[in-house]
Design a protein around this ligand. Structure first.
Ligand SMILES: Cc1ncc(COP(=O)(O)O)c(C=O)c1O
Length: 387
């Protein structure tokens, strides 16, 4: 159990519980450090600036970013993705993306297509995997500005091959934008080694920070047009937005309170180690998948091999609509899951689960084996009665 009386299996939406250090750091920040970073020379402004700078450094070290100033804080994963795509793409540009994308990639691209950006949607297989030959073929077909793809599906957990995609994209003169919403903090990511040009991620999922946090990494040489202009605390004599990162893309006061919480979460994550997180989540997924396969009337979507997926498991319970399973798990068993389309209608079309969607079970690092077993008992009970 996770602090309150619920078995929380909705970590793909936002992680819970947060490490206690997160709330402690937020309280400490609000009580002792809550000036406006970079805006004044007094002690509270300096203290706030130090927290923001330290968090940027911690993220850089976690993600293989050589220059922390190339990490721009945003309010969530969606804002980082929008900044990347609207900042980069112009009418006439071509983008290749996949059929497994979350609406935070798909909707901006759909809107950009209406403004004259050419968007190519690559169909993925029914287990959510991407055939790299399809990507290669799409890139050969015409000059492409950007490949935009998720690192792992938020519907069925399938991991997409971002390293190979980066190689292909670069061979054909395109940049790679990775949506790391489901992988930052749970899979090793090194933007330098993996040659990722743009990495967008929230702070409130696998990174264990509070909501209202996220960031975009922008590789050297990649220029994005700011979506907002405004105060940065630097070059105040100029009416134009400063060119240097992060300020070029970070107008206005950042979410210092959230960043203070994220900073504490990153310290916990560093002490734990991403490999330990990955191993623990893989073990929970194996336990869950094994149990699910023993329940008659349950279909599991996505790969059965834990090495090919993150801890996001989608199921259908025959005779039940996903929304009713979600309600029954909540009301009768105190289990929090997410039913439906998970903001990813294209992914559900790919899996063949549109329009009703699936029931998504997403354990996290602090989920216990017993909680997985209780979820399995509950699903087995539901499977014996009709929805
Ligand atoms: C794959 C994927 N991309 C983007 C997002 C959007 O992230 P946020 O909710 O932080 O805006 C999510 C959130 O669920 C996601 O799962």
């Amino acid at each position: 159990m996770s602090g309150i009386d619920v078995i929380y299996l909705d970590n793909a939406a936002t992680s819970f519980p947060k490490p206690p250090e997160v709330a402690e750091a937020i309280l400490e920040f609000l009580t002792h450090k809550a000036g406006n970073p970079g805006r004044s020379g007094h002690s509270l402004a300096v203290a706030a600036d130090a927290v923001v700078a330290e968090t940027r450094r911690s993220l850089a070290s976690l993600l293989g970013v050589r220059d922390p100033s190339r990490l721009v804080f945003t309010l969530n994963g969606t804002a980082a993705l929008n900044l990347a795509m609207y900042g980069l793409l112009r009418p006439g540009d071509r983008v290749v993306t996949t059929s497994m994308e979350h609406n935070s990639v798909a909707r901006p691209l759909f809107a950009l297509a209406e403004r004259g950006v050419d968007v190519i949607w690559l169909p993925c297989a029914q287990d959510g995997s991407l055939d790299l030959e399809d990507l290669d073929r799409a890139l050969r077909a015409a000059p492409t500005r950007l490949v935009a793809m998720t690192h792992a599906s938020n519907v069925c957990g399938t991991i997409l091959p971002i390293g190979a995609a980066a190689e292909l994209a670069h061979r054909h003169g395109a940049l790679l934008l990775v949506d790391a919403a489901q992988t930052a903090g749970v899979l090793p990511i090194d933007v330098t080694e993996q040659s990722i040009d743009l990495l967008a991620f929230p702070g409130h999922k696998g990174l264990l920070g509070p909501t209202g946090t996220g960031a975009l990494y922008v590789a050297p040489g990649v220029h994005l047009t700011p979506m907002q202009q405004g105060g940065t605390g630097t070059h105040s004599e100029l009416l134009s937005q400063p060119d240097e990162l992060p300020f070029a893309l970070e107008a206005g006061t950042v979410n210092t309170v959230g960043i203070a919480g994220l900073s504490a979460a990153l310290r916990v994550l560093k002490a734990t180690g991403i490999e330990a997180v990955r191993a623990r989540e893989a073990s929970l997924v194996e336990r869950l998948l094994e149990g699910l396969q023993e329940i008659r009337g349950v279909t599991v979507h996505g790969p059965l091999d834990s090495a090919q997926r993150v801890a996001v498991v989608s199921v259908i319970l025959h005779g039940w609509e996903p929304v009713d399973v979600g309600a029954a798990l909540d009301s009768a068993f105190g289990i929090a899951v997410r039913p439906g389309l998970h903001c990813a209608p294209l992914a559900h079309r790919t899996l063949g689960t549109f329009p009703l969607g699936t029931v998504r079970l997403a354990p996290g690092y602090s989920t216990t084996d017993d909680e997985i077993d209780q979820a399995l008992v509950a699903l087995r009970e539901l499977s014996l009665s009709a929805g």
